[in-house]
Design a protein. Structure first.
Length: 115
């Protein structure tokens, strides 16, 4: 299973905050009753981390009224070894540092130049 961050925004009014909290708490899902809120710091969103099979399953955790505005982000964990391998791969695929592409102002055409 993958981990997903579910972000649910709501309006900054007091009533909207309390309504969002009430909806999530009364839904009864373990995920929803453990939502974190940023309202007291001026960030009017709820965040939930869930381990599920995919984005649509993550969205399905939410009450129907909150699904359309929710942002679902798959979370990744990297080890030092994985980052080292990614950096080695990236450095191997980078062009020579003295070559670059630029757009000319007159013709707006792409060309390759070297310093």
């Amino acid at each position: 299973m993958a981990r997903f961050l579910i972000e649910v925004p709501h309006e900054p009014e007091f009533v909207a905050c309390t309504r969002a909290i009430e909806i999530l708490l009364k839904t009864g899902s373990h995920f929803l009753t453990h939502a974190d809120f940023g309202c007291m710091d001026g960030e009017h969103k709820a965040w939930i981390i869930a381990e599920v099979a995919g984005k649509e399953e993550a969205r399905g955790i939410l009450p129907p009224s909150m699904r359309s505005q929710a942002k679902i982000v798959k979370l990744n964990y990297f080890t030092v070894e994985e980052i080292d391998a990614l950096l080695r791969h990236h450095h191997a695929s980078v062009q020579q540092p003295n070559q670059w592409s630029a757009r000319t102002e007159e013709g707006a055409e792409m060309h390759e130049a070297s310093r």
